[in-house]
Structure formats: C-alpha cells, structure tokens
Write a protein that binds this ligand. Structure first.
Ligand code: SF4
Length: 482
C-alpha cells in the first residue's frame, strides 16, 4: 500500500473481475496483455467489501463496530460473528461474547435528509455503554451516496473522548473486488493508529497478518513453525489488540498467511517503516507450505534451518500422503474460493494425484497469473471462471464438467449430487504439514461418503431453467464498449 494506493483493487493495473474460459487460452491472452476488460450484463450475489473490512477487525479486543448503513448491510456479519464466538471457545475463553456491532439503520428519510445525527448518536451510545478502546465506523453505499461527512463527524467527536474513533471507508459500490475491504481496514489502521511513527526494532519480531478465516489450529501451527526459526510472532489483526497493532513498526519483517490479505499494507510497511516482507503463497499443501516457510526464513537468513525442518517434515508426512493418494488419485476436482485459498487448494490436490477440471476465483491479476501458469503446468487445461460469487455461472459449469468432488463454497452445486467439501475450514486445521493430512483425509472421506449430496439431489430442485444449463455460462460477460 504505497502512499498513492487508493484502496480500490481495480485501480491496480491488469486486474480483471469478469472473464472465463480455457485456462491456457486465458493465461496466454493475459500474458500478451490482450485480455479485454469486460463486465457482466447480469450479475448475481456479489460479495461486498464492507463485510471484509468488518470481519478483518471484528476480533480485536475492546472494540465497537458501527456500520453507518441500512440494517441489511450487516447481514453477512453473522458468519464472522459465528467465527469469532467459535474462535473464543477454541482459545479457552470461559465467557464467550458476541462482537459489539451497532447499525445506524439508515432509512428512506435519512437518504433524503442525511444520516449524520444517527451516526453521532451511535458513536455517543457506543462510548457511553461500552467505554471501548476503539470505535470503528464503517461506511456503506447509502452513506456514500448521500454524502454524510463521516470524517468530519469523527474529528469533532474525537476531541470529546479518549476512545479512538476510526472511520473505515468501505462503501460497497467502490469496488467489485471484496479484498478491497481488507485494504480499507489497513488504510485506516495506518492513518489513525500508526500515523507514520517509527519505533525501536525488536530482534526477531515478525508481523504475521491473518484474516478471520484462519482456524486456531492453523494459527498455532504457523506460530510454531516461526518459533522454530527463532522468531517471535505479532499475530494481527485477528484476535489481537490496539497494543499489538501499535507494535507493528517494531517488527523486523512481515508476512501474511493469505496472498490477498495485507499484501498492499506490507508494501507500505516496507516503504515507510523499513520492514521487508515475504509475499509468496498460502501455506496449504506440501509445495506451498515449503515455499511459504522458505520465503519467511530468507528474510532472516535462516534458509538452512528451514531446509532442515522441511526435510524432517517431508520424511514424516510423505508416507501418509501416499496413503491418501491411494484413495484420491485420478479424481476430477472443481475448486471455488477466494484468490489465496483457491490457488493453494489447486496446488494441494496435485499432492494427492487429483486433476483440476474447473476453478472459480474472484480476480485475475499479475499475481494470479503466476499461480495459473503453475497450475497449467501440473493440471493441463481446465476451465476458469473469474467471478465474485455468481452462483448461476458456477452451477452451469459444474453441471457440464461433472467433477468427482467440488471443493469450496458449494452454493447450488451441492444439489447436483456431487460430493462437496470445503477448504475454507475456519474451525479445523488446513495449513502447514499436519493440515495437508487433515484436508486430504477430509476430501477422501467426503468422496467415499456421498450419501448426503445424492439424497439432496433426489429431493431438491435446481434453481434455474433447464435451458440455462445448455447455454454458454459466460453469455453475460461482455467486453467493455461492445
Ligand atoms: S455496503 Fe452496499 S454493497 Fe455492501 S451490503 Fe451495503 S448496500 Fe450492499
């Protein structure tokens, strides 16, 4: 996130949200810079960036989250809220609580007359009732359209309270790439908490950026691996605190668990705080876990230690992987997920001898091209759908390809009778060397026990007309200007 980055991922060059087709053809077009910008003339169920901004910060200690929006905007927070509650249980919290979310409930009247008074009231209420360390104010499409001056309100009210009030500009209409929501959260952390202040470096301290979707088991595994390199981990912003965020500039290096989480922020930390970073892959699967670990080790000159550990872990897990391979080899897979996980899962299935036939992921950019070229080498041709959600396209493609297993957010695909399982398992291990074994066995168990999906297919109706399944799934993607 250089000082000029807007926080809108579409502003980065060579970024595409709407395209689909054969993997080799798309990567060749992209490589030659011939991929045309396009848009969907029909779109269904886009994930908005507000939820990513909120979920990225929701587990911070002693915070209140105000959505300056209509009530419906926070509907999606139920998932992050559930994650937060489960995460507390896994961490041994005795009294589990829900995140403190307040919605200003903008309505038709506010859209005409402005909603600023409601926001002032909500901030006052949050400070009085909870006396938190931080109040985050999240903007929405509605607050953006009516032009409420949120920064001015925050400035005025900040002078009356010790509580830090931080606006996060995450109006849903600004970006079709939901990861822009992470960037909005980090832009605000940078502007309102770090403020360019440097601090004394702490030897061996590394910032480990993690999104909400990382299970506690995965957190422990990542921390354990980094401790083996003699490092101390500042795990942020998931389950962290204002103090840990303030400690970010003291780190000697940074890395992220997810490829699209904090990647821009780490650039800013390098530019402004002299903190180098490693941005490689998500540590899912043998190849990616090796690559992620080596990337971090290189920042500290600990390559030899990393190699020794990797060798030891390979000796332990490769025989186990062989057993899973015997159950999964040759199975055809469709993968759907966020950018980091979908590419990591597509590399992981190669460990088990599985073949990728389809991949749905939200964005195609220079980073994605590196992964797609690698996947083309190991899987050959497969179908790509670059889509933020769009379940109507997904079910059309999955119905054509008829994979043996669907990995990812199944949406309607579960009703096709295909075994489905998830790599975005926010409650169980997926990462590091043990995560590979857990995930592999989970996929194999699901394929060997397809009863639920088969029964579902017998009794549930598919949501679209039969003719849609015979139509080109990318029919509604039109090059801009046509
Ligand atoms: S902020 Fe906009 S896109 Fe996001 S949920 Fe609200 S209305 Fe929808």
């Amino acid at each position: 996130m250089s000082s000029t980055y807007s926080g809108i991922r579409e502003s980065r060059p060579n970024t595409f949200n709407d395209c689909g087709g054969n993997s080799r053809e798309l990567s060749s077009e992209f490589g030659k810079r011939c991929l045309k910008s396009a848009d969907r003339t029909f779109s269904q169920g886009l994930q908005c960036q507000q939820i990513n901004s909120m979920s990225a910060l929701m587990s911070l200690d002693d915070s209140v989250f105000i959505a300056h929006s209509p009530q419906g905007c926070v509907g999606c927070t139920t998932l992050a809220s559930d994650m937060y509650r489960v995460g507390q249980a896994h961490r041994g919290t005795k009294i589990i609580r829900s995140p403190r979310i307040i919605v200003t409930n903008l309505d038709q009247r506010d859209v005409i007359l402005g909603g600023e008074n409601k926001l002032k009231e909500a901030i006052g209420y949050a400070a009085e009732r909870y006396n938190p360390k931080i109040i985050f104010v999240f903007t929405s499409c509605a607050s953006g359209i009516i032009g409420d001056d949120i920064d001015a309100i925050v400035r005025d009210m900040q002078s009356e309270t010790e509580t830090l009030i931080i606006p996060v500009h995450c109006e849903g209409f600004k970006s079709k790439i939901c990861a822009s929501g992470f960037d909005s959260a980090f832009l605000s952390i940078s502007k309102y908490i770090l403020k360019g202040q440097k601090s004394e470096k702490q030897k061996g301290l590394i910032n480990l950026f993690a999104p909400t979707s990382i299970s506690y088991k995965d957190q422990l595994e990542m921390e354990r691996m980094l401790h083996l390199l003699g490092l101390t981990v500042n795990y942020i912003p998931f389950y962290s605190s204002l103090e840990k965020i303030k400690n970010i500039p003291a780190a000697e290096a940074s890395t992220s668990i997810c490829k699209v989480f904090a990647d821009e922020f780490m650039k800013e930390l390098e530019e402004n705080y002299n903190i180098p970073y490693s941005h490689t892959v998500m540590p899912i699967g043998v190849r990616n876990t090796d690559k992620w670990y080596k990337g971090v080790a290189a920042l500290f000159g600990k390559e030899a230690e990393a190699e020794a550990y990797i060798k030891k872990e390979h000796a332990r897990i490769l025989p186990e992987i062989e057993k899973i391979r015997a159950r999964l080899s040759g199975k055809r897979v469709f993968i759907c997920g966020g950018t980091g996980r979908s590419f990591a899962a597509a590399a992981l299935i190669d460990d088990f001898g599985m073949k990728l036939v389809g991949l749905e992921t939200p964005t195609y950019d220079d980073d994605a091209q590196i992964d797609i070229e690698y996947l083309n080498e190991i899987h050959g041709d497969y179908m790509i759908d670059i889509a933020n959600m769009q379940p109507f396209e997904q079910i059309n493609i999955v119905n054509r390809l008829k994979p043996d297993v669907f990995i990812g957010v199944p949406g309607w695909s579960a009703r096709l009778g295909i075994p489905t399982t998830h790599v975005l398992d926010m409650k169980r291990p997926t990462m590091g060397y043990d995560g590979i074994l857990y995930l592999g066995n989970k996929i194999a168990d699901q394929i060997e026990n397809p009863g639920f999906n088969k029964k579902l297919a017998l009794h549930a109706r598919l949501p679209y007309r039969k003719s849609w399944y015979e139509t080109n799934p990318f029919k509604f993607i039109k090059p801009l200007g046509e």
